[in-house]
Design a protein around this ligand. Structure first.
Ligand code: GAL
Length: 422
């Protein structure tokens, strides 16, 4: 092959673009291959904190992004990779999905690192139940998100003389006033996981923590089929009357953008939404308000993003261990979660670097943990396993879109859960 000038230049570029001083072959050993669904602006900004952290330790990053909020699509891609014998170094994963993957025997043992770094002492037991499988750490929890938040455009509320609603009735009154003004009252993306995110809060606000636990965690048929659950679905139908005509299929971050721009007043969404507001240069208390979904104050419906670590070849294990250690480092836990919108996964991280919404998230977790009202989000895989969660998604979305009356939805929910549990 004739060695042209351009070949030499491109070869030189290739060498220079490898990690400085690291021969290509060594890159395999100092690189992590990571599957995730953090593709929105705020999510990518937070993920970059981890990438930069690892780069500073000489660990490269092979990105495997799978767009699709809530991670459904990501799990499909992951299944294909693992089935073909090509697992990533790590994959973002939620709640019971970690348990299901661990049961397949494909996740690695992180106990030595966990013991060295004292994870058992500093990570809440509520999270550990998902990160450990039969006593073995198999995943590194990176945050503690929660779903029972509403995000308000402050100018829209100020212009209408509205305050952040504290009760269901105040929420409805505020949404009515915004709707009457001609603006979209509720910014929403019509996707099952987003409908279910609203459902999390509707159940908690209507039945309280005991009912939430009985219905969505214990899957008690009497609770699932109760008049209380019928009232939940009636409230879901009421909320449906406040969305705009183009809500169906909208991605969650585009709904956040509607509130950021002031085209809509409120979004009901987990606190990853804050990452979008921050990314748009908005300030809590000035441009937007974060407040618990009315009627859920004192409870936290959480979902923790984990990086499940897969069994990989010896040449990839050092980088994998560095990634797991980096995730649980207290300084990283602060710098990452400040951007992501979540509370840290560790309880020994100061809230000094967090804004008022972040400080509230951290305080609420501490209060809920003490009161026993830190409960797993159904919508995000922390209340029931995937088969049950997806069966509930179908009923929730069906009712939200008018395929079922509240009465029919309650009956559908009982039978869907019963068959999914088998
Ligand atoms: C959740 C995840 C968040 C965010 C959100 C939207 O399940 O925990 O980190 O990614 O989905 O995609």
């Amino acid at each position: 092959m004739k060695v042209t000038k351009s070949y030499l230049v491109s070869a030189a570029l290739l060498i220079s673009t490898t990690m400085a001083g690291v021969p290509a072959i060594a890159q395999e050993t100092s690189r992590v291959d990571v599957l995730h669904w953090w593709t929105s602006g705020g999510e990518a900004a937070a993920l970059n904190v981890l990438k930069e952290n690892l780069k500073a330790q000489g660990v490269g990053w092979q990105d495997v992004p799978v767009a699709g909020g809530g991670g459904e699509q990501a799990m499909t891609v992951l299944r294909a990779r693992v089935t073909s014998g090509d697992p990533p170094t790590a994959s973002q994963m939620l709640g019971f999905d970690v348990q299901d993957w661990a049961a397949q025997g494909v996740l690695t043992d992180l106990n030595a690192l966990a013991a060295k770094e004292n994870w058992d002492k500093n990570i809440p037991v509520a999270l550990q139940q998902f990160s450990k499988y039969k006593g073995t750490w198999v995943a590194a929890p990176v945050n503690l998100h929660s779903t029972n938040w509403i995000w308000i455009n402050k100018k829209v509320f100020d212009d209408l003389g509205l305050k952040a609603p504290q009760t269901w009735d105040e929420l409805i009154a505020a949404l009515d006033k915004v709707k009457a003004s001609g603006k979209t009252a509720l910014a929403h993306g019509g996707q099952p996981w987003q409908d279910a995110t609203i459902f999390d809060s509707a159940v908690m606000a209507t039945g309280g923590p005991e009912f939430y636990k009985k219905a969505l965690i214990d899957l008690d048929p009497a609770a699932l089929g109760s008049d209380t659950m019928k009232k939940v679905f009636e409230r879901m139908t009421k909320l449906r009357s406040y969305v705009d005509s183009n809500f169906s299929g909208r991605d969650w971050n585009l709904a956040s953008a509607m509130v950021i721009r002031g085209d809509a007043a409120v979004q009901i969404m987990g606190d990853w939404a804050k990452g979008e507001f921050l990314g748009a240069g908005k300030k809590p208390g000035t441009d937007f308000l974060c407040t618990r979904f009315p009627g859920t104050q004192g409870t936290v419906m959480f979902n923790t993003d984990q990086f499940a670590m897969f069994k990989v070849g010896a040449n990839r294990q050092a980088a994998q261990q560095k990634m797991a250690a980096a995730i649980e480092d207290p300084a990283f836990q602060s710098s990452f979660n400040v951007v992501k919108g979540s509370a840290p996964a560790r309880t020994d991280v100061s809230d000094a670097a967090f804004d008022d919404c972040g400080k509230k998230a951290i305080a609420d977790v501490k209060e809920a943990e003490a009161k026993g009202t830190l409960l797993g989000s159904l919508a995000h895989g922390h209340a029931a396993r995937a088969a049950v969660k997806n069966a509930m998604y179908d009923v929730i979305t069906g009712e939200f879109n008018g395929d079922y009356t509240p009465d029919q939805a309650v009956k559908e929910l009982v039978s869907a859960v019963a068959s999914a549990k088998q």
